[in-house]
Write a protein that binds this ligand. Structure first.
Ligand code: GLN
Length: 488
């Protein structure tokens, strides 16, 4: 889709301003229903589009992504723009600088339409934890779009953006992409700079793209990836790689592993059928499919729900009512009413944070406290090392690991809000990529019928560390094979 729009821009069939206006109009018409955006940046978007049109008029070559309208998750900083992370504690927070990914996107003159809704501080799986609004799944408005990048996925699925950025700590790009029938990439840890991404769990967080097709994801990814001296965990490799140039390469002879632990009898039979069908498509592309074992898989979820809250509890100490955002103390007017420092901390955090944030802070603080650290945090880190070993072993035998992205299609709004454990269990297939750091891509593999509606299902491929090009190449071949088989 991006290439098509780019060609039209270059051929003068459309202008960047018209394109931006068309998307802004769709947002105006539909976003009351979808609730994907927290902030719409009409003025900035149009100003950027004017610049692109002027460059075109002067006969300058423009980047593939120039003038193509996209959306940004609200936990990524854009200078001068409100960034709430869907939390009341940052209700009045204006970002003082651009995240590296934003600076890179500005440099290629892409058009950013606005900031998207999410679960508060990227904690959740449905976008219902937003302090502002519920985002709805464009496929069925009674269902969640997934989370935590639910606004980004819904914006793309609902034609309110061509592409979007999300962040993924345990599945937050891939799960909403799966629920909304679009493509989402969690890059290898270290591939995309986290500078200017509000920290959740720093050893797990990655920014990545969501779009309609694998090629579109590759195009956006190329423009945000790369080394950044501002992020100490950023990897010094893959400079200037154009991932879209790898698509269409030879995939014959590649090997996909099917972990027997992921395909137990608990898997929804309707999803299993779609996975089996997907594997047939891979085979018809000349890809070999074989069973593998990831023996420590069952420990991934408990390890994640210790490590993630531990890092969250430590990172979130910064929201103290002093440095940024809400400060309950500020709101008290008279001298007699002024709070002590401790009261400021407690009141600000009590009023500013929602229930899931408080739950994670409590879980993390408990696991890190003296006497419990060894039993929880240390043990979880050991499990993390074992999971990494499982993957290293698997990648000696196969090039990719395939699974569904989620154990079920998009669920009903409100269905899991009172049962956090149920919500956490849905992350079973996505969290391991974050714990091990490998790149993982979710892409549509078909739909299932629920209450007379067709709901999208995502398949997930996990690849070797820093080998996004082969991952995208194989997924792109799959997408074309799927289209070929479904268009006859
Ligand atoms: N659902 C997971 C969690 O709540 C993942 C969130 C994310 O990737 N940001 O932690």
């Amino acid at each position: 889709m991006i290439r098509l729009l780019h060609n039209k821009l270059v051929a003068g069939e459309i202008t960047a301003v018209d394109l931006a206006k068309q998307y802004l109009k769709t947002i105006k018409e539909k976003d009351g229903e979808f609730g994907a955006y927290l902030t719409v940046l009409e003025k900035q978007a149009l100003e950027e589009a004017v610049i692109v049109d002027e460059r075109l008029k002067r006969g300058e070559t423009i980047d593939l992504l120039a003038g193509i309208p996209g959306a940004i998750k609200d936990n990524i900083l854009m200078e001068g723009i409100r960034a709430t992370s869907a939390s009341k504690i940052l209700d009045n927070y204006i970002a003082p600088y651009d995240a590296t990914v934003i600076a890179k996107l500005k440099a290629v003159h892409t058009v950013m339409l606005g900031k998207t809704n999410m679960d508060e501080f990227a904690l959740g799986s449905s976008t219902e934890n937003s302090a502002y609004q519920v985002t709805k799944n464009p496929y069925d408005l009674t269902r969640v779009p997934g989370g935590t990048s639910g606004g980004s996925a819904a914006a793309v699925a609902g034609s309110e953006a061509v592409w979007a950025l999300g962040s993924d700590t345990g599945g937050s790009i891939r799960q909403p992409a799966a629920f909304c029938g679009v493509v989402g990439l969690k890059p290898t840890y270290g591939r995309v700079s986290r500078y200017g991404l509000m920290a959740g769990a720093s050893s797990l967080d990655q920014i990545g793209p969501i779009a309609q097709t694998v090629e579109d994801v590759a195009i956006v990814f190329s423009r945000i990836a790369g080394y950044d001296p501002h992020d100490a965990t950023s990897a010094d490799s893959g400079h200037g790689k154009k991932y879209e140039d790898y698509l269409g390469g030879d995939v014959r002879g590649k090997k996909i592993g099917i972990p027997k632990e992921y395909f137990s009898s608990d898997l929804d039979p309707k999803i299993r059928v779609l996975c089996d069908q997907a594997l047939e498509y891979f085979k018809s592309l000349g890809i070999e499919v074989r069973e593998i074992s990831l023996p420590h898989s069952s420990f991934a979820l408990p390890a994640y729900y210790i490590i993630q809250p531990c890092e969250v509890s430590s990172n979130f100490a910064r929201y103290d009512g002093i440095r940024y955002g809400l400060s309950i103390n500020d709101e008290k007017s008279s001298v007699e009413e002024k709070s002590t420092l401790l009261e400021t901390y407690l009141d600000t955090r009590r009023h500013g944070f929602g229930p899931e944030v408080k739950r994670r802070i409590m879980l993390g603080t408990y696991s890190l406290s003296s006497g419990y650290y060894d039993a929880y945090y240390l043990k979880a880190q050991k499990v993390r090392a074992l999971l990494k070993q499982d993957f290293e072993k698997a990648f000696e035998e196969v090039d990719f690991i395939f699974s569904p992205t989620t154990p079920e299609p998009a669920f009903k709004i409100g269905e899991k809000t009172t049962d956090p454990l149920k919500m956490y269990l849905g992350d079973i297939y996505t969290i391991t990529a974050n714990l091990t750091g490998v790149p993982a891509l979710s892409f549509p593999i078909g739909t299932v019928s629920e209450d007379g509606k067709e709901l999208p299902i995502g398949g997930q491929l996990q690849g070797r560390w820093f080998d996004e090009e082969t991952l995208l190449c194989v997924a792109d071949a799959f997408e074309k094979e799927y289209e070929r088989c479904h268009s006859v």
